[in-house]
Design a protein around this ligand. Structure first.
Ligand code: CA
Ligand code: CA
Length: 75
């Protein structure tokens, strides 16, 4: 019985870890809550920072929620 509980916990933790990897929410990256992710805010996520220039379609050096959606959608 105890082993079963441990196994279930491992599965739950595994699923939680997977969902975090699948995408960081926009609101987590937008540290100052102005509705845009700046380049310095993107630095908390190396993958996002690498893709920043490509994602910033209008070239204003900020990612709107719409521009950011392409990042999470590309995985
Ligand atoms: Ca911001
Ligand atoms: Ca932009």
């Amino acid at each position: 019985m105890k082993i079963r509980t441990v196994t279930l916990a491992t599965v739950v933790i595994g699923i939680a870890a997977l969902s975090v990897k699948a995408g960081t929410p926009f609101s987590d990256l937008d540290a100052n809550n102005d509705g845009y992710i700046s380049e310095s805010e993107a630095k908390s996520n190396s993958e996002l920072l690498a893709a920043f220039g490509k994602l910033d379609k209008d070239g204003d050096k900020q990612l709107s929620e719409q521009e950011f959606a392409a990042f999470n959608g590309s995985k």
